[in-house]
Write a protein that binds this ligand. Structure first.
Ligand SMILES: [Zn+2]
Length: 456
């Protein structure tokens, strides 16, 4: 009533309707400007220069005189990298803790204490002569998300955690993912007497690091303690780079099945056994190996791969026709049914070769990991974040293992990929472009905000 009286006094009775419209429009414009300003003040953006310099600083922890970088798990270089990473949080007034498996966990409490946390993370350890981005990007990206939120004065509803997993690569002891295995209750495969590349016992190495094999199990976390886990990572393959996309939404981590195949023929004198009289096991194996790409091309899907990566012959002498050939056969795909189909086709091919040349054929399954699909709700949140950033991501599987592989079994998990130039990784030549790194970090931030908004 009051505002109507005021308006009458301003514009007179006749033009009241028109004048109300004008005032309403002006008020709306003013309100829009205030909202835009509020948004601007509230949400800072990813500071890419800071991200790039953190990546470089951690790379320096392990850089050798020849320019290459080693930051093997549990090494002095690894410790230095972890300390550097912790110092970034301490500069923010956040004091990370170390769990019983040596995982570094930084936590920012949310406004709703009843909610489980949203966690992000990856690893800082490298393979020998590793790259600058594998693992480190996921840690530094997660750190940057925390910094942006802090600087914006934004508190999420959910607690937010950054986890740096211990020994993802497994380069020293051969068995990988100590940190994520322990969180997921799978620490039983790590033993005190395991021996590393340098002949050191695991327990000895662990103690120097401040952890113990027997207590790894104490790092286990219940399923309801992490509402959602996110890992930003370089693709380590060529798909995104080739398709000219900045961001990939990981559909699943491919399953892996490995076999040891034995083909047995007849060892014989290499000088006196005529070509037509031989049962050369290596020639038979070579016949099979040559057909592997064709069989995968015919029966596989877009991302199916099969590899013979290790081979040995017996007796293995220059003047003896190989009597026995033992080789590895590995198949990866995101679909179990496809893996089975490819195995059956490859096996059929081998059986035919063996029958034709009268060879003995043996198969032994050495290991099997089921494909690990990412959670739909997390993939959807990443997809929305990509749209907001104007960089529609494509869905693709991960052919490589990550800590996320284990995390999927217990916590709703998602992975964001950015391109590896030329698909190179686990190499000093590993490289990702700054603009892709920035987009990856922005999508990570927006995904966290989307999950915080949408999840209970
Ligand atoms: Zn990695």
């Amino acid at each position: 009533m009051l505002h109507r009286t005021v308006l009458i006094s301003w514009y007179g009775n006749d033009s009241l309707k028109e004048s109300e419209k004008i005032v309403k429009n002006r008020m709306q414009t003013c309100f829009n400007k205030m909202q835009a300003y509020k948004e601007l003040v509230k949400m800072q953006e990813i500071n890419i220069q800071r991200v790039m310099s953190n990546l470089e600083e951690i790379y320096q922890c392990g850089k050798k005189e020849n320019g290459e970088c080693d930051r093997l798990a549990f090494s002095p270089e690894d410790v230095k990298g972890r300390k550097t990473f912790i110092s970034y949080f301490e500069a923010m007034g956040i004091h990370p803790k170390m769990d019983a498996a040596g995982n570094i966990i930084a936590r920012i409490e949310g406004t709703d204490p009843s909610l489980a946390c949203i966690a992000m993370g990856s690893h800082l350890d490298t393979v020998p002569n590793g790259g600058k981005y594998d693992g480190v990007l996921g840690c530094v990206g997660a750190l940057e998300v925390c910094r942006v939120l802090k600087e914006s004065g934004e508190t999420l509803r959910h607690p937010l955690e950054v986890i740096v997993f211990t020994d993802e690569e497994g380069a020293r002891f051969g068995s990988s993912m100590v940190g994520s295995s322990s969180i997921c209750g799978l620490s039983g495969e790590f033993h005190e007497d395991d021996v590393d590349l340098f002949g050191l016992r695991r327990e000895e190495v662990f103690q120097a690091y401040g952890i113990h094999t027997a207590f790894l199990k104490d790092a286990e976390r219940p399923a309801d303690s992490i509402r959602s886990f996110l890992e930003l990572h370089v693709e380590q393959g060529i798909s995104l780079y080739r398709e000219g996309k900045s961001v990939g939404i990981v559909s699943s981590i491919a399953g892996v099945t490995r076999y040891e195949v034995t083909l047995e023929g007849q060892a014989n004198h290499a000088g006196s056994t005529l070509m037509g009289d031989r049962k050369d096991a290596l020639v038979a194996a070579a016949d099979f190996i040559r057909q592997v790409p064709d069989i995968v091309a015919q029966w596989g899907e877009k991302y199916t791969v099969a590899t013979v990566g290790a081979i040995r012959v017996e007796p293995g002498a220059v003047n003896v026709v190989p009597g026995k050939c033992i080789f590895s056969l590995e198949i990866r795909d995101q679909d179990d049914a496809v893996m089975t189909r490819i195995f059956e086709k490859l096996k059929g091919c081998l059986e035919e070769i063996a029958a034709r040349g009268n060879y003995q054929l043996g198969f032994r399954q050495v290991s099997y990991h089921a494909p690990a699909p990412m959670a739909e709700e997390v993939k959807n949140a990443i997809r929305k974040a990509c749209e907001k950033e104007g960089c529609p991501g494509i869905e693709l599987p991960s052919g490589a293992f990550h800590d996320s592989l284990l995390m999927t079994a217990r916590f709703p998990t998602g992975m964001i990929f950015i391109p590896s130039v030329d698909g190179i990784s686990h190499s000093p030549k590993e490289f990702s472009r700054e603009e892709d790194i920035e987009k990856g970090c922005k999508v990570l931030l927006k995904t966290v905000l989307e999950l915080d908004r949408s999840l209970d």
